[in-house]
Design a protein around this ligand. Structure first.
Ligand code: HEM
Length: 410
């Protein structure tokens, strides 16, 4: 066996460009134990896709997706909140099947298609606020606020009630998803998440006595047992999952897509000429720079994959970002090529029973967001020479900031 590549997941170089490191791993040691993560890392498309479907041998009940156990100060804060168990992402059948069936009701194709007008209006309203400025930091002004407003509307929460969702979701990302935080920042992130949980608990309790045609009501139904008793802990967990899953991911999809377009002016020009190309740009972004570059599983039993043996109870990191660049299924993977024939292979939304519940909603926001932005801001370009840094978080791939300029009216 070749020597294990030292995959320093947290090194700034790998965070900025994981792809060259992944290419080496796919060629030399496609499944390896990463000391840095404390997990087995699976890098080839075929293996990642097979494990996503192999629910007999791999469980989604990963006790924590964070890399390190939180320090006691953080655990003390988290005890003031709601226990975070039973999130749909971390359930196995049969519980998963039952919860998924109920939550699906809020994400039918008709329900999502009916949101198109609202998403167009929200995107236009955001652009109106800065279109005359000629310059903006898009993560803060557009890519973040659009999904927050959309998920608030889907949940059935007023925008005032949702005003802190963005900050809370950022903090949740840092708390749960593999950041390396100094203790004081970690404590602050935990406090923020506990505040979000209590806020959502209040909204759920109010909605329980006044049901409506919204996601909050669907969540309440999913968390109510056959005797009619609402399990508030479960409901808060589901609501937190949606605020979190629905916000950060889509923010990064928009940011990563705009970055790729700005780095490929010919593609941007084509989109400006024909806004219907936005759907293909979204799909290729999900492949080229997927906002969720990995997900985790636990081996229920000892599993032999090729010449590697993954021990029972070991945690496994399925590198979706690497699978999406696997030259065995994707031609010339570094090329940003909206409309490419093989894009359908991408695993940016996962695969199998846990396939992203919000995929249609994310695609809608990506498509509409990009079309509105590029049609409203003529001559969109990078402002100055910003480094376009990606955040230092293993489970999400998104930009720290995105400074752009355009030809504002005189
Ligand atoms: C699951 C990615 C947007 C809700 C997943 C999974 C991925 C993913 C990779 C599978 C996780 C696994 O198998 O372990 C993304 C990306 C998004 C996005 C890249 C945006 C570009 C959304 C939105 C929502 C959402 C907008 C809801 C409003 C969920 C939920 C699950 C999930 C509830 C768990 C499904 C289950 O376990 O059955 N997502 N997601 N996601 N996503 Fe998304």
């Amino acid at each position: 066996m070749t020597e294990r590549p030292a995959f320093a997941f947290f090194s700034p170089e790998v965070q900025q460009d994981p792809y060259s490191r992944y290419a080496l791993a796919r060629a030399e040691e496609p499944i390896f134990f990463c000391e840095d993560l404390g997990m087995w890392v699976v890098t080839r498309h075929a293996d990642v896709a097979a494990i996503l479907r192999d629910t007999d041998r791999f469980s989604s009940k990963v006790t924590t997706t964070n890399i390190k156990e939180p320090p006691p100060e953080v655990l003390a804060v988290m005890r003031k909140g709601f226990p975070r168990t039973g999130s749909i992402v971390q359930l196995d059948a049969p519980e998963h099947t039952a919860v998924r069936r109920k939550l699906n009701a809020a994400f039918t194709a008709e329900r999502i298609a009916a949101l198109e007008g609202t998403v167009v209006a929200l995107a236009s309203e955001l652009v109106d606020a800065f279109a005359a400025d000629g310059r903006a930091e898009l993560m803060a002004r557009f890519c973040g606020p659009l999904p927050v407003a959309v998920i608030a509307g889907v949940l059935g929460v007023s925008r005032a009630d949702a005003s802190e969702f963005g900050q809370w979701a950022d903090d949740a990302a840092r708390l749960f998803m593999g950041g390396r935080l100094p203790t004081d920042e970690w404590v602050r992130a935990a406090e923020s998440v506990v505040a979000m949980q209590h806020h959502l608990a209040g909204l759920i309790t109010a909605r329980a006595s006044a049901p409506a045609a919204d996601l909050l009501t669907t969540i309440i139904q999913a968390a109510t047992d056959p005797d009619g008793r609402l399990d508030l802990v479960k409901a808060v967990t589901h609501a937190t999952t949606f605020v979190f899953a629905g916000h950060k991911t889509t923010t990064d999809l928009l940011g990563n897509a705009v970055r790729l377009l700005l780095l490929h002016p010919d593609r941007l020009a084509a989109l400006v000429r024909d806004p219907s190309l936005a759907a293909a740009v979204v799909e290729e972004t999900l492949r080229r720079d997927c906002p969720v570059p990995g997900t985790t599983r636990v081996a229920r039993v000892e599993v032999k994959l090729g010449d590697v043996t993954i021990p029972q109870d070991a945690r496994v990191f399925l590198a979706l970002g690497s699978a999406n660049h696997d030259e065995r299924v994707i031609a010339d993977p570094l090329r940003f090529d909206p409309g490419r024939a093989d894009v359908g292979e991408h695993l940016g939304f996962g695969r199998g029973v846990h396939f992203c519940l919000g995929a249609a909603l994310a695609r809608l926001q990506g498509r509409v967001g990009l079309a509105v932005l590029t049609s409203r801001l003529p001559g969109l370009r990078l402002a100055g020479d910003p480094p376009l840094k990606f955040r230092q978080v293993v489970m999400f791939r998104g930009l720290v900031s995105l400074e752009v300029a355009w030809d504002a009216p005189e």
